[in-house]
Design a protein around this ligand. Structure first.
Ligand code: ATP
Ligand code: MG
Length: 552
């Protein structure tokens, strides 16, 4: 772990616990529910939990919090493991499952019944809501609260044996219906759900609630610091109540921190699922999605995501982080790691009148890092340049190719435009130019310097490629406040360039290989669709943050 790690209240607390001998080894866990793909908010939780374990020489478990079988699936279990590894972390030991502890949790529920601390309640969900009271009014005791231990025991066994229908009865802790903390008003421990589970099959018709299961799972695993987000702060007294009243082998401790929220982003799993189900995006790993799989496919490097999660800090107050910070972390990382290459998005042909032989050029792959080496490019009589890089006439602010004016071709010679052909609609179809110099990198002898540098590809060798230009998925900074997220979608979040022209070597790019296309931005060979026969590149991010210029 690098020295750039800042102190924060979690690190301070852990240092103290280790120094005072309250714990001898830090054990954390990342506990996703396998009911969706991980997103950027989970990346924060992952870097916190795995990062702390790494920093303090401890362990971090990956535990699937699989207590809600209806919404969970193997697809999500697989994607979550892949995403955690891709982010650069490895869990300690085997993958763990809350469901592996169902027997123990059940035993402990019987123990609570035995202690007179749990009872079977027959109130319907609506009745239970009435009995619960409100923030300002205490709740009322359930009429089933004073059942005998024997009766509770036998009813719970019958629940376990599948005798009752879903929702007919629940097992509740007997705590305090007048507590100012609603979580302590006889919370539910078990619900009846006749549902097949991806791990336990049809063994259980009852499932424990998150509140009952989570702390006990931590205790079983020897987790020392159960780090979760702030919405669980009010649940902490309940977490501690179970740990105090059950014969658990270890006392874990819950600590909360503020969730990561980024602007222009939705992280509600339900709303992300809606985008997938309604076909607004191409899937959970669509490069516009804030999912880890989406960010990966978009070409965001894992170190940049980790760096961003560290940069935003860990605190106890909720805030929204500007997504431009994440984009900037990506840009900074890629500026250092991406070799340069050339791609012409909107090709127009240039014919060089005075070039007799092909030029063989050696072009640096990185402007400031010689370790990237050089690549050979060859330039013939015909080139492609970008349509936007040529005008018949222009004022002095236009530093590209203009009739009668000069420009340097990146890594090559200086040319001067002489004339152009247009089609019947007035579009330029061919530009005729001459080479002012015939040697790369030298200045013209007559002292008239080129105005700028543009990129190009040799027409004889250029390879057509599909380029998917992605932009932010939402056009407003805080999407998802209303139910109508579809109206908040940026209509320009994807535009497809069907036939951009790339340098020949880019055809051999490996899927997920990243480049800076000079003057265009950072691009990645699509993880799934890119092939030699049909190259496909995704725009990762532009060279500069232009969002406010274009959408302001
Ligand atoms: P839900 O429980 O509603 O399905 P969730 O976002 O809490 O959604 P989990 O799978 O329970 O999803 O999350 C796993 C872990 O990631 C939890 O510890 C949770 O607190 C943490 N987490 C989720 N979203 C964020 C976020 N935006 N910032 C930081 N941590 C998060
Ligand atoms: Mg959760």
């Amino acid at each position: 772990m690098s020295a750039e790690l800042r102190s924060n209240f979690l690190r301070t607390q852990i240092e103290k616990d280790l120094a005072e001998g309250r714990v001898s080894e830090l054990v954390t866990r990342f506990p996703p529910e396998p009911n969706g793909f991980l997103h950027i908010g989970h990346a924060k939780s992952i870097t916190v939990n795995f990062g702390l374990a790494a920093q303090f020489g401890g362990r971090c478990h990956l535990r699937f919090d699989d207590t809600n079988p209806e919404k969970e699936s193997q697809e999500f279990i697989d994607s979550i493991q892949e995403d955690v590894r891709w982010l650069g972390f490895e869990w300690s030991g085997e993958v763990r499952y809350a469901s592996a502890y169902f027997d123990q949790l059940y035993e402990w529920a019987l123990y609570l019944i035995e202690q007179g601390l749990a009872y079977v309640c027959d109130l319907s969900p609506t009745e239970a809501r009435d009995y619960r009271g409100t923030l300002t009014e205490p709740g009322k005791n359930s009429p089933y609260r004073d059942r005998t231990k024997e009766e509770n025991h036998s009813l719970f066994l019958r629940m376990r044996d599948g005798e009752f229908a879903d929702g007919e009865r629940v097992l509740r802790a007997k705590i305090d219906m007048a507590s100012p903390n609603i979580n302590l008003r006889d919370p539910i421990l078990y619900r009846i759900r006749h549902a097949s589970h991806h791990q336990t099959g049809d063994r259980w018709p009852i499932y424990p609630t998150y509140d009952y299961a989570h702390g006990q799972e931590d205790a079983i695993e020897g987790v020392t610091h159960s780090i979760c987000t702030l919405e669980f702060e009010d649940h902490r007294p309940l977490y501690d109540w179970f740990i105090t009243h059950l014969p658990v082998p270890h006392v874990p401790r819950q600590i909360e921190f503020a969730r990561l929220n980024t602007s222009y982003t939705i992280t509600s799993k339900r709303k992300l699922k809606q985008l997938v189900d309604e076909g607004i995006v191409a899937g959970w790993d669509d490069p516009r999605m804030p999912t880890i799989a989406g960010l990966r496919r978009r070409g965001y490097p894992a170190p940049a995501i980790r760096h961003f999660c560290e940069e935003v800090g860990t605190s106890r107050s909720d805030s929204v982080v500007d997504v431009a910070m994440l984009e900037s972390a990506v840009r900074d990382q890629l500026n250092k790691t991406a070799p340069r290459a050339m791609c012409v998005m909107s090709p127009v042909k240039v014919v060089l009148s005075n070039l007799s032989n092909r030029l063989q050029l050696s072009v640096p792959n990185h402007p400031s890092d010689a370790s990237f080496g050089q690549r050979d490019l060859s330039m013939g009589v015909e080139l492609f340049i970008d349509r936007d890089d040529f005008r018949e006439e222009a004022n002095k602010h236009y530093k590209r190719l203009v009739l009668g004016k000069r420009v340097r071709l990146r890594g090559s010679v200086v040319i001067e435009a002489e004339s152009c052909d247009k089609d019947e609609k007035g579009n330029v179809v061919t530009i005729y130019a001459r080479c002012v110099t015939l040697e790369a990198g030298v200045d013209p002898e007559d002292g008239i310097k080129p105005k700028g540098v543009i990129h190009w590809v040799c027409a004889a060798q250029a390879v057509p490629a599909v380029v998917r230009r992605y932009d932010r998925l939402f056009r407003i900074p805080e999407p998802g406040r209303s139910e109508n997220i579809i109206d908040e979608i940026n209509p320009e979040s994807l535009s497809i360039v069907e036939a951009a022209m790339i340098e020949p070597a880019l055809r051999d790019a490996e899927p997920e290989q990243v480049f800076q296309f000079e003057r265009e931005g950072y691009f990645v060979a699509d993880r799934f669709d890119h092939t030699k026969e049909q190259p496909v590149f995704n725009l990762i991010i532009g060279l500069r943050d232009t969002w406010s210029d274009t959408h302001g």
